[in-house]
Each structure stands twice: as C-alpha cells, then as structure tokens.
Design a protein around this ligand. Structure first.
Ligand code: ATP
Ligand code: MG
Length: 286
C-alpha cells in the first residue's frame, strides 16, 4: 500500500483544476472496501481514530516529561461547505479533548489587524505534546484577502515566502504540519448550500455572504492553485483531498494523520522515579 501522503501531495506541476473532487485516490482495492463504502469508511475511520488516540497519548506523555518538543497540527482549508467541521469531528472522535487545541480563523479582530498577519497564527499553535487543529489559517491571507483586494498585490504577493519561512521555522522547532485542502466541486457546494436552506436544523450554518464568495469561485480556485503550489514545501507539504464524497474525505484525512504519527513514533517516557521503590513504599504505608 503506497503512502497516501505521496499520492495526495501537491507538487510544483499539480493542477487543482485537473483533480476530480469525486475521486478516491489511494483507496484500498474493491474487496477491502466492499459493496458499501460508506459503512466501510465509518468502521475504518473509527478504528484509525483509536490508533490516533494512542499516538496522541504517547506524544502528550513524552512532552509532560519535557522529553519532546513534538506537536502535530492538522491545518484545514476549503471553500464554504467543504466539510472542515465534519472532518474534524470524524477524525478526532477517539482523541482526548484535553490533549487537543482547535482554533478557527475568521475575519481578524481590530487587535489582530494591528499586527502582522502571522501574529494570531503563532499564538494559536499547539504546545509541545498537543494536537492542534486549524479551521482556516494563515492561508486566508492569500485567499480571501487576495480575491477581495483587502490589501494591495504588493503586500499579499510577499506573503507566500513569509508563510514558507514561518512554517520552516516551526517545523525546525518540532511542529509537524498536515496541511489539507478539502476539494469540493461547485455543484456539490450548491447542493450543500441548498441543504442548509431546506433543513431548518441546518439554517444556522448558512451565511448569506457565502453566495458572494461563491460568485468568485474561479478567482478562489486560482488563488488556491497558487497557495498550494507555492507553499507545498519539504518542511510542510500540502495535500489535496477530493471531498465531494464525505466517506472518502474522512478516511483520507484520518489516514494522512496516521501515516504522519507512525513516522513520528512517539513513545511513553521512561519514569524519572524508581517504580519498584515507589510500589514498596505504597504497600508498606498500608
Ligand atoms: P466556516 O469556516 O465553516 O465558514 P464560519 O462561517 O462560522 O465558519 P466565520 O466566523 O464566518 O466562520 O469566519 C469565516 C470567514 O472569515 C471566511 O469567509 C473567511 O474567508 C474569513 N476570514 C478568515 N481569515 C480572514 C482574514 N485574514 N481576512 C479576512 N477574512 C478572513
Ligand atoms: Mg462560513
């Protein structure tokens, strides 16, 4: 089984427009998945999430003893309705919330606007031992900001290099980033927006502003194309996950995390006390 990270990694010649949002790259063969891929995925993702929980605990434990500066960040970007929230819910289902920090990035506050665009991002990074989730990220500053000319081209065009430098510096400091773009089609977005209007329980997820962004679909795809190829580095590569099929999306993101953790291979730290002596003391004390 080839590494899914290799299959989905963004390379200099990757063309977003040529990636099928309904595709299922790297999926195990027909017999493994069987006739009901949704059911298969549900079981598989639950099992992978349990594995992730084990890795998470070992990483957390080793950081507690100061033995590691390792931390993992799942960074998600997508068009509206791309499934960021659903993905997080599914892949983290087995993990401990106490070892996790999840942050969403909306329009910057007044205070945030007074600082460099990476200021709020630095503050939100996971501490050693933690798993971080970014729902949107520093990439908004070369996506919505570029599409809507919120700053001049002279400013946003410098940000790709600034992001690469920032990410390389963080990687050297023990941060492993799993950067994922959930890639949906324009038709799928329409269907999901309609669902949010049709179902009263989903109305709250609908934002009239989403239509303004949808109208700029092609500009966003171009902005994504550039962000993905310019910022897919050895230190922090990008991955495109076809996301029209939720069951594939969940499996793919869970698998990317599992492969990443397997490489990191976090271990429980050796105790810094004498286990036998402590046991003897405890038993003697009655
Ligand atoms: P979701 O991420 O699921 O759409 P939401 O709609 O609840 O969540 P909001 O609080 O509305 O979240 O924030 C998301 C919006 O903020 C997006 O339209 C995004 O493009 C915008 N945004 C994020 N970062 C920036 C930024 N640096 N500058 C301007 N807008 C930004
Ligand atoms: Mg939104």
């Amino acid at each position: 089984m080839p590494d899914l990270r290799d299959i989905l990694r963004v390379r200099p010649d990757t063309r977003l427009a040529e990636i099928d949002p309904r595709g299922t790259p790297g999926l195990p063969g027909g017999k493994t998945v069987g006739k009901d891929p949704k059911r298969w995925s549900k079981t598989e993702v639950a099992a992978i999430s349990q594995e992730l929980a084990g890795y998470q605990e070992r990483m957390f434990a080793s950081a507690k003893e100061g033995a590691t500066d390792k931390r993992v960040l799942l960074l998600l970007q997508a068009m509206d309705c791309g499934g960021k929230d659903g993905t997080v819910r599914n892949v983290t289902q087995g993990m401990s919330p106490a070892g996790m920090t999840a942050v969403s990035f909306g329009p910057p506050s007044e205070e945030e606007r007074r600082h460099d665009f990476l200021w709020r991002v630095r503050r939100a990074l996971p501490a050693p031992g933690y798993v971080g989730i970014f729902n949107r990220s520093q990439y908004e500053d070369v996506l919505i900001v570029r599409v809507h000319d919120l700053v001049g081209e002279d400013v946003w065009s410098q940000r790709y290099d600034a992001i690469n430098e920032f990410e390389a510096e963080q990687a050297a400091g023990g941060l492993t980033m799993v950067k994922v773009m959930l890639h949906i089609s324009k038709g799928e977005q329409k269907q999901r927006l309609l669902d949010r209007l049709d179902d009263p329980a989903k109305n709250w997820k609908y934002n009239p502003g989403d239509l303004t962004e949808r109208a700029r679909w092609d500009d966003y795809q171009q902005a994504y194309q550039d962000a993905l190829t310019r910022c897919s580095t050895a230190a922090a590569p990008w991955h495109v996950v076809p996301a029209d099929r939720k069951w594939y999306r969940n499996w793919a993101v869970a698998t990317l995390l599992r492969e990443t953790f397997a490489d990191l291979d976090p271990r429980y730290p050796a105790p810094d006390f004498d286990v036998d002596a402590e046991r003897a003391k405890l038993l003697a004390a009655g």
